[in-house]
Design a protein around this ligand. Structure first.
Ligand code: GDP
Ligand code: MG
Length: 199
C-alpha cells in the first residue's frame, strides 16, 4: 500500500513562473538520464507509472511537481548527462535548476539517483555542489544494485561513501528487487515532516 494514497501529478514547469506556490515541504529527485530516477520515484511512492519511466534518455526536460499529501510535494527534476551539465549550468536548463534551488524555500532535501555501476560522474558532482551552495541536504541512491553481486555492490557503496564523506548520505537501492525502499522512504518522510516545513 502507498504511504501516499492521494498522490497526484500537479504540473510540469519549464520556467520559474510556472512553479506551484512555494508553501509546505518539497523533496526533489535528480539524476542522469537513465539512472533509474523514475523507477525509484515509482517504487518509493509505490505508484506504478507515477513518474514516467522511459527507455528514451533525456526526454523529460521539465520540472514535474507531484503532491504526495497536503502541503507535501515530490519534484522530479529533468535528467542530465551526455552533453549536459558541468559546463552548461548557464543554459536554460542550468538556469532553471539553479534558480529553483536558490529560491525554493519549501525545498527540504534532494535525492540524487546514481547508477551503482557508474558511480558519481561530473553531472552528479555539479548537482552536489549546487545543493551544498544552498545548504540543501542530499541523499544518494546507488540505483540498480541488483545488477551487481553483493560484494561488488558493497564495494561501490563504500567507495561512494568515501567520496561523499559528510556531504551526503548514501545507500544501495533497487527498484527491481525493492532493495533499500524502507530506508529511502524514511529519508523522504523525514524531509517532508522537517521542522520549518510549515504546512
Ligand atoms: N535492473 C534494474 N533496472 C532498472 C532499475 N531501475 C531502473 N531500471 C531500468 O533502467 C532504465 C531507466 O530507468 P528509468 O527509471 O526510466 O530512468 P530515468 O531516465 O532516470 O528516469 C529502464 O530500462 C529501467 O527499466 C533497477 O532497480 N534494476
Ligand atoms: Mg525518467
Amino acid at each position: 500500500m502507498s504511504q501516499y494514497p492521494n498522490a497526484r501529478f500537479l504540473l510540469s514547469a519549464n520556467q520559474s513562473s510556472q512553479f506551484v506556490p512555494d508553501r509546505g515541504a518539497e523533496v526533489a529527485f535528480a539524476g542522469r538520464s537513465n539512472s533509474g530516477k523514475s523507477s525509484a520515484i515509482n517504487t518509493i511512492v509505490n505508484r506504478r507509472q507515477f513518474a514516467r519511466t522511459s527507455k528514451t534518455p533525456g526526454r523529460t526536460q521539465l520540472i514535474n511537481f507531484f503532491e504526495l499529501a497536503p502541503a507535501e510535494r515530490l519534484v522530479d527534476l529533468p535528467g542530465y548527462g551526455y552533453a549536459r551539465v558541468a559546463g552548461s549550468m548557464q543554459d536554460h536548463w542550468g538556469r532553471l535548476i539553479t534558480g529553483y534551488f536558490e529560491t525554493r524555500r519549501s525545498l527540504n532535501g534532494l535525492f540524487l539517483i546514481v547508477d551503482v555501476r557508474r558511480g558519481l560522474l561530473d553531472g552528479d558532482h555539479a548537482m552536489l555542489a549546487l545543493a551544498e551552495s544552498v545548504g540543501l541536504p542530499v541523499h544518494v541512491l546507488l540505483s540498480k544494485s541488483d545488477k551487481l553481486k553483493r560484494g561488488q555492490a558493497t564495494k561501490a557503496l563504500n567507495e561512494a561513501a568515501g567520496t561523499l564523506a559528510d556531504r551526503a548520505s548514501v545507500q544501495l537501492f533497487s527498484a527491481l528487487k525493492r532493495t533499500g525502499v524502507d530506508e529511502a522512504r524514511r529519508v523522504l518522510a523525514g524531509w517532508l515532516k522537517a521542522p520549518g516545513a510549515a504546512a
